[in-house]
Design a protein around this ligand. Sequence first.
Ligand code: GUN
Length: 285
Amino acid sequence: MSALILDGQALANEMKLEAKRKVDELKANGVKVGLGTVLVGDDGPSANYVAMKHKDCEEVGIASFHRHLEADASLSQILEVVDEFNENPEISAFLVQLPLPVGEFEEEVLERIQPRKDVDGLHPMNLGRLVMSKPGPLPCTPAGIVKLLQRNGVLIEGRRVVVVGRGLTVGRPLALLLSSALPGCNAAVTVVHSRVKNLGEIIREGEIVISATGVPGIIKKEFIKPGAVVVGAGTFFEGRKLISDLEDAVGEVASMITPRIGGVGPMTRAMLIENTILAASKGIS
Ligand code: GUN
């Protein structure tokens, strides 16, 4: 079997066209649409992701604002920028790129973002809404993965999904989203991570397997039930090369699979644009 490709780039391009129409409409009604980003430190991949987010904004006509702080920025220096973005009426929503050089700052920084401007859906209040299956901004990578599956005709409802990884930005909210009562979700979700024994045995139960660990090649061909749908959302760089969680041979047994480049990444950014538009439109309601 040779797996069909889940083309995130093609879907993201369609979504951006639709986003541009919505942005034009909002602007015609006098509504400002702006995205803010905060980058702390000089991690190459993070700087690259942020740059791509600004490029997407430019393509769809969203104004974008950026602050770069030194890697040794104190918590209060970061919070000062968060407060400024919270107050800035030109900024509909914003994010602080994670991980921060000082990991212990993350909780306080996320909590300081106004929930209505939280484009990542990672503020505890917005994560709480997700726990309660209430509408709110959904974390971008999980929402992008679900949309990529749905728009490629992959049924999620009632099916067995294995999520590999329990990180804050992908694995944990993804498991919440897939198992929620939100439309098109309602899956039976198992979450596994590096401390779990017999990883392969559990992953092999998945009709859909989504891996977000950043451990190169952690998902082996023999872990995959033949015909399963497989999504790789881990991002690990070796120099400038993006390495996948998925061993190449996984494509021989899966029915559908994300490519190493042009799969989940563009979908994350397309959802970021959607969440920014959502935040801007809420400003007028
Ligand atoms: N770093 C990797 N993914 C994300 C994300 O979705 N949001 C933020 N803020 N940082 C990230």
